[in-house]
Each structure stands twice: as structure tokens, then as C-alpha cells.
Ligand binder design. Structure first.
Ligand code: ADP
Ligand code: ZN
Ligand code: ZN
Length: 765
């Protein structure tokens, strides 16, 4: 008889133990890594098999927990999910590592590898009249898709034209030109949604048919995809990565930092490294911070590798995501591009992981388990003998430190190819502007530059990292600022919808006419956000401005659409929050304006300088990528600020050295490791009591067990002390001896307390 140890996939935080089940006769094929359905309490739930063993071995395990156990209480596995294991050895190893490193349960770690929530109502699979499994991944076998042909009526409609149905006309044109029926994917590549094709069919302009999907096998013998001549630095980088792909774990490093200034052609290096891995018959994972902001990378990869490329993003349905996973597992596709969660995809034969803009915060998950995709990728690369390539102009200090201290390879791109050079940066002192009675968010210099650029037919990007119109509202008589009743933050005035909005809980409130505290009418709006800047910029002569921030992309156009319209020169100024600073490569952008450069630098957080510096460099890097030289105007109230000056010189190296020296003194990463504990409670007093208890416990253990250099800070209120009516109290542990800290926490009762969150390697502390 066979038994299995199962981790129960329930969103219960404190389910740290696993349970033993017996396999019935018809499920003897089930073993390690399978997904199963098991009875649990009164329900049937999903579980993951983490171990399989004989009756004797099972007895031994059970006896350890409970000396007088009996097999009588052991229940049977009900069914298998899928017809083979979901987790291979490597995935199981990675999940175990993750649970240990991030102090979560094994089930929580394993759940990350499952695409979407599992529903048990899948297609049942019977054998000899007996249910043996639920089918979860065989759907892809039918290799046909819906596709459309143009009809005679459609040709006539196209001929006649209709200026008010531009998209439909474009779609008809596409169908007319295509040699074969056009499917939804192909239309989407031309920015025509499948819904448009359906509309054409309903009008009788197109005929629906089925098309067999032919697998376009990647031609491994093919020559280089493009003749673009690599720069000597790019060439060197590619050669080193190839050597590592050839000789795993010899003297070649298996991890690299590709540090290249903005516009130095990092993507070109990624493409050739990926091409080489594919020629070896191995798969490539490309992680990007956000798909919508990196369409150019996706397009470049698709142009090179065609059907080999699969893309996952947050808009995919559960089934589509399942399909992508299936393609990677079977080797039907061999390049996966995706955001953070793509790091959990199943692979047939992973050879290379590329992480673009590896310093970006979006690689860190904020909810439990608070993993970092880079750390997971490193673990998976080790387990797969794959190479990890981290790219950035402004690497995280952790990665930079690993590179300069020699523990990973350091590849550098120090110049832009061709005639393109880094833009010159002018710093404008905004205190001067006030002295000259300019109360606008836009300095006189930037205004002149914007007008000149658009006059010359060029384009400008303007960064202001604050959305809304006015960022806070205050009473002049009593000094009261208007805050959200559910969160400890100021409300922001949004002119678009004429409301006050909380940026933490999203609630909106009416605009106050009188002070809620003293009744005064002298209410004043302070601080400028993107909406106000938009209003001011749009009044400049010759300017057509597009705004891109969370509000504009939520209600009107998606990122891609805004960028697309900007590329097509429907507007000559692109204004927005940090989204405008990232990824895009637009040759006519010659001017970048950075408003309120200090706002990002002055946050009470050890990574504020790193993040602020990175944003300034990224924003500046959007200028002058084509043949025309670029200029950057950087506005600040603090022109002496060191970080601003490093950004002005675009001097990452000196910045990093200074920052590393400070972190060493203060025991911050990469020197010390951090764990942040957050106690969350509706009741403020209870939150503090629990916080005190945790801190005292840690301090005692630190002393008793003689931890190496360790600092325990707190309890103190979180940066935002209340969100959605929940009080938040932090305790931060910085330590050179993190292994001991983690052991202590995993052995403690706090590990399973529901309202304490552990954040290992937090982004902010
Ligand atoms: P990064 O990601 O480093 O900011 P990109 O990869 O976007 O830079 O490249 C910037 C621009 O330089 C792109 O338009 C790209 O096509 C071009 N480019 C890259 N490598 C070369 C090269 N070797 N010769 C000419 N142009 C290149
Ligand atoms: Zn008042
Ligand atoms: Zn709120």
C-alpha cells in the first residue's frame, strides 16, 4: 500500500503541517509533485503531494507526531488533478527553499506555481468506469483557432470606406491583404481586437472559419536574425554569456550583471543570448517589470523568435494562462516573457533567465509570501543549471555589490551605439522661481525648452511623480489638513472627477467648501499633481499633451495606446508619473523635464535614494536616443542635494559607492539582511501590545542565543499608520546573522499568528 504526504492548498495562513493520505488502487501512479483532491474536514480540497511512501515509512512519520496513532483514521485521496505530476523535482526544491527563506508554509509556496485559482470542477477522466483524475491541462490538443476571411460585401464596404469606423476599415484591409484567414492573435498584433473581427462577421463582411495552428518550429540552424553590427562591448558581453551557457559551473560565472547606460543596447544582448540558448535546445525566461511599459522588448523578441515566444500578463484569463504554462512545459514555445509571477512557470528545459531592469520594485510581491522574483529565479537557475542575466542602467545595490565583489560576472556597456550620446542635464533651482514670482510647477527654463522643442517638431517627456490635481488641502485658519477617515493620509483633489480621493483605499469624498474642523471658508489647495501640470502645459503655444498616470490609464486609454499615440506624434508632450520614465525608445524625444525631483528622494526609507536616483536616470535616459542630441531639465528645491548631483552627472558608480558606505554603517543590505514584521489590527491598543510582545521576544532571544551583529527596531507605527481602518505597527530586524533570526521566528508561536506579516528582504523599512 502506498501513502502520500499532502500540503493542503487552502488560503489558511497557519496550516504549516502536512497530512497523510492513502492512495486507492486506481491512483497508484500518483507520487511526488502531483496535484490531488483530498477530503479535509467536511470539504474536498486541493493538495500537493510532497512525498510518497510505503506503509512502514508512513507509520514512522506518523509515530513521530503521535505515538499512538492508527491507520484507521487515515483517509483516501479522492482524485488526481491532471494526469501527471505538476511539480518536477526542481520545482519542488524551489518551493521548499522559498517556504524556508520567506517563512511561509509549503502550501503557500507551492500555490505560487499553479496558474490561477484551482477549481475542482474540471473535466473528469474515467478509466474502466472509475474516476481517476480531473483533466487540468490537456485542453490545448485541439490545434485550431477561429479565423476570418473577407467576403464580397466586405470588399465593397472597404471600397466605399467609412471615416467613422476607422478600426473596422483597418480590419477589413488586413483581411483583404492576408493570404490566409486571420485569427484574433494576428489581428491583435495590428492593434485590432478580436471583437472587431466578430463585429465584421455579424455584418456579413467577414466569414468565420477554423484555421489549423501550424507550429512554426524555431530554426536552430538559422543565421543571426539581423545584421546589426554589435558594438565591441555588446560583442564581449554576448561572448561571455555564451561561454557560460556552454560550460555550466566551470570557471564561467552562472550569473551576470549587465550594467549598461540608458540606450546602450541591452536588449540586443538579451536577444543574442536568448538565441544562443535556443540553439542549444534550451528555454528562455524573460522577466520585465510591467508588460504594458515594455511592449518594445516584447515586439523585438517576437520579431526574432516568432511563435517560440509566449507572453503572460495580468490580463490573461486563467485558461489562457494555463495554455501558456502548457506550452512551456511541453516545449511548444520556448521563450516566455512575463512579469514577476512568470518566474513560477513550468519549463521543459530552462537554460537562461533574463531580468530586465532588475532593480524595479515590481519584482517583489507585497502580499504573502513576499517573494522577490530575482531570488526565486536564482534558485531555479541553480536547480536547472541555467544562467541568470540581470540587466540595468542603475542596478540594485545588492546586485551591484555582488558584481563588484566578484561573486557574479560584471558586463558593462558604457556608451550608446551610433551617434547617440547621453543627454546634458540642467538643474533648475525652484526657490529662484518663487523669488521671481513664478508659482507654476513649470520653471521658466523648462517652459522655454518645451515650446522650442515642439516648435522644432520634436517631442518632450515630462515626469511628475504625483497624480491628481492638488496633493493636499489645508484650512488657513486652523491648519487642519483633510485626511481620509479610514487611512492616515491626506486626500488628493482630482479635478477630472471633481472629488477628493484617498490614494490608499481609493474612497472618494466631496470637495469641502468649509473646513470640517472649524467651519472656516479659507480652504486652500496645495501641491501640484499631474492634472494641474497637464492644464498648465496644454496652454503653451503649439503643445498637444497626453497624460499618463494611474487615473488616465484606468479610465481612458491603456498604456500601450498612450505610448502608441505619442509615437505616432498625435501629441508632442507626454506627461505623467513614473510610467513615462520607463522602457520606451522614441527617437524624436529630445527633451525630458523632471518636476519635483526631490519628492522621491526625501522619503523616510533606506532605499529612497536608490529608487529616486534610478527614476531620475531612467527619465533622463528617454532623451536623445535617436540622432538628435537630448536635453534634460531637472527641477529641484534642493540643488545642493548629493543624489541630484550624481543624477545630473549620470554617475552611477560614485553614487553607488557613497550609498554602499552608508548602508554598511547602518547595517542595511547588502551588508545586513532585513526582516520586517507588521502587526495589523482593528484595535490600536491590541496592535501595540502584540508588537511589544514580539519585540521583547526577539530581544531576549538575540541576547540568549548571542546573534551576530543585529539591531531590533520598534515597535513603531508604519509609514502609513492606518490603512482601511487597520492599524499597522512595525518591528524591523537588521542582522548579519539572519539564519538565526529566521530559525527563531519559524520556531516561535508568532509564525502562525494571523495578523503578523513577515516581510523578508522588504523593499521599504
Ligand atoms: P537600453 O535597453 O540599453 O536602454 P535599447 O536596447 O533600447 O537600449 O537600445 C537603444 C537603441 O539602440 C535601440 O533603438 C536599438 O535598436 C539601438 N541599438 C542597439 N544596439 C545597436 C548597435 N549595435 N548598433 C546600432 N544601434 C543599436
Ligand atoms: Zn479650519
Ligand atoms: Zn483611505
Amino acid at each position: 500500500m502506498k501513502y502520500v504526504l499532502v500540503a493542503i492548498n487552502l488560503p489558511v495562513k497557519n496550516l504549516f503541517r502536512q497530512f497523510i493520505y492513502r492512495l486507492p488502487e486506481n491512483l497508484l501512479q500518483v507520487g511526488e509533485g502531483w496535484r490531488v483532491i483530498v477530503p479535509f474536514g467536511s470539504q474536498k480540497v486541493e493538495g500537493f503531494v510532497v512525498q510518497a511512501f510505503s506503509r512502514e515509512e508512513a507509520a514512522e512519520v506518523l509515530q513521530k507526531d503521535n505515538p499512538d496513532f492508527s491507520f484507521a483514521g487515515v483517509k483516501e485521496v479522492s482524485a488526481a488533478l491532471g494526469t501527471r505530476p505538476w511539480f518536477n523535482d526542481e520545482m519542488l526544491q524551489t518551493a521548499k527553499w522559498l517556504a524556508k527563506y520567506y517563512l511561509c508554509s509549503l502550501a503557500e509556496a507551492m500555490r505560487l506555481f499553479i496558474p490561477g485559482k484551482t477549481s475542482i470542477r474540471r473535466k473528469p477522466v474515467y478509466q474502466g468506469g472509475k474516476l481517476i483524475a480531473y483533466d487540468v491541462e490537456e485542453r490545448l490538443k485541439a490545434r485550431t483557432v477561429l479565423a476570418y476571411n473577407i467576403t464580397e460585401a466586405g470588399r465593397a464596404a472597404l471600397q466605399a470606406g467609412n471615416p467613422r469606423a476607422k478600426v473596422q476599415m483597418r480590419a477589413l484591409e488586413l483581411l483583404q491583404q492576408a493570404a490566409e484567414p486571420v485569427d484574433g492573435k494576428e489581428a491583435e498584433a495590428q492593434h485590432i481586437s478580436a471583437a472587431v473581427l466578430r463585429a465584421l462577421a455579424e455584418k456579413g463582411w467577414a466569414l468565420r472559419t477554423e484555421k489549423r495552428l501550424l507550429r512554426n518550429s524555431y530554426d536552430r540552424q538559422a543565421e543571426w536574425k539581423e545584421t546589426l553590427q554589435l558594438t565591441s562591448e555588446q560583442e564581449q558581453a554576448v561572448l561571455k554569456i555564451r561561454a557560460s551557457l556552454d560550460h555550466f559551473a566551470s570557471s564561467c560565472p552562472q550569473e551576470f550583471l549587465l550594467q549598461g547606460i540608458t540606450g546602450s543596447g541591452k536588449t540586443e544582448v538579451y536577444l543574442r543570448a536568448a538565441d544562443y540558448a535556443l540553439r542549444q535546445g534550451r528555454q528562455v525566461l524573460v522577466l520585465v517589470p510591467e508588460i504594458a511599459l515594455t511592449t518594445q522588448i516584447v515586439q523585438r523578441f517576437q520579431a526574432w523568435f516568432h511563435n517560440e515566444v509566449a507572453v503572460v500578463h495580468s490580463k490573461l484569463s486563467q485558461n489562457e494562462r494555463g495554455d501558456v504554462w502548457y506550452k512551456m512545459r511541453t516545449g511548444e514555445a520556448n521563450v516566455l516573457i512575463g512579469v514577476r509571477s512568470a518566474v513560477f512557470a513550468p519549463f521543459k528545459n530552462l537554460g537562461l533567465v533574463i531580468i530586465d531592469e532588475e532593480q524595479e520594485n515590481s519584482y517583489k510581491q507585497e502580499e504573502r509570501p513576499a517573494y522577490h522574483a530575482r531570488e526565486v529565479a536564482r534558485c531555479r537557475c541553480n536547480n536547472n543549471s541555467a544562467v541568470l542575466l540581470l540587466g540595468s542602467a542603475t542596478p540594485s545595490l545588492e546586485t551591484y555589490y555582488r558584481a563588484v565583489s566578484g561573486s557574479i560576472g560584471h558586463l558593462q556597456l558604457t556608451f550608446r551605439p551610433g551617434n547617440s550620446v547621453l543627454p546634458a542635464v540642467d538643474v533648475v533651482d525652484m526657490r529662484e522661481e518663487l523669488a521671481q514670482k513664478n508659482f507654476s510647477v513649470i520653471s521658466r527654463k523648462l517652459r522655454r525648452e518645451i515650446v522650442a522643442a515642439v516648435h522644432a517638431g520634436q517631442q518632450a517627456v515630462v515626469l511628475l511623480n504625483r497624480r491628481g490635481y492638488s496633493t493636499f488641502v489645508m484650512c488657513r485658519d486652523c491648519g487642519e489638513t483633510l485626511t481620509c477617515p479610514h487611512c492616515a493620509v491626506s486626500l488628493v483633489y482630482h479635478a477630472d472627477e471633481q472629488v477628493m480621493r484617498c490614494h490608499y483605499c481609493g474612497n472618494t469624498y466631496p470637495i469641502p467648501r468649509t473646513c470640517p474642523d472649524c467651519g472656516s471658508r479659507r480652504i486652500k489647495f496645495f501641491g501640484s499633481g499631474t492634472q494641474k501640470a497637464e492644464q498648465e502645459i496644454s496652454q503653451m503655444p503649439g503643445v498637444r499633451v497626453l497624460r499618463m498616470d494611474q487615473d488616465s490609464t484606468a479610465t481612458k486609454l491603456a498604456h500601450e495606446e498612450i505610448i502608441g499615440r505619442f509615437v505616432k506624434k498625435e501629441a508632442n508632450v507626454l506627461l505623467g508619473t513614473q510610467m513615462v520614465a520607463k522602457g520606451h525608445d522614441i527617437p524624436d524625444v529630445t527633451l525630458v523635464g523632471i518636476l519635483a525631483a526631490d519628492s522621491a528622494l526625501n522619503l523616510p526609507d533606506f532605499r529612497a535614494s536608490e529608487r529616486g536616483f534610478s527614476l531620475l536616470i531612467q527619465a533622463a535616459g528617454r532623451a536623445g536616443r535617436g540622432d538628435k542630441p537630448g536635453r534634460v531639465v531637472l527641477q529641484t528645491y534642493d540643488p545642493e542635494n548629493e543624489v541630484i548631483n550624481f543624477a545630473k552627472k549620470q554617475d552611477y558608480e560614485t553614487f553607488a559607492k557613497r550609498e554602499l558606505a552608508q548602508r554598511k554603517v547602518l547595517l542595511y543590505p547588502p551588508y545586513g539582511q532585513i526582516i520586517k514584521l507588521t502587526v495589523i489590527d482593528k484595535n490600536e491598543k491590541k496592535a501595540w501590545e502584540l508588537g511589544d510582545e514580539v519585540a521583547l521576544f526577539l530581544r531576549n532571544r538575540c541576547e540568549m542565543e548571542k546573534w551576530g551583529r543585529t539591531e531590533i527596531m520598534g515597535p513603531f507605527p508604519s509609514g502609513v499608520a492606518k490603512v482601511r481602518d487597520l492599524y499597522r505597527i512595525n518591528i524591523v530586524v537588521k542582522s548579519m546573522d539572519m539564519e538565526k533570526v529566521k530559525n527563531c521566528l519559524s520556531g516561535s508561536r508568532f509564525r502562525t499568528v494571523k495578523n503578523i506579516y513577515f516581510d523578508v528582504d522588504p523593499i521599504t523599512a
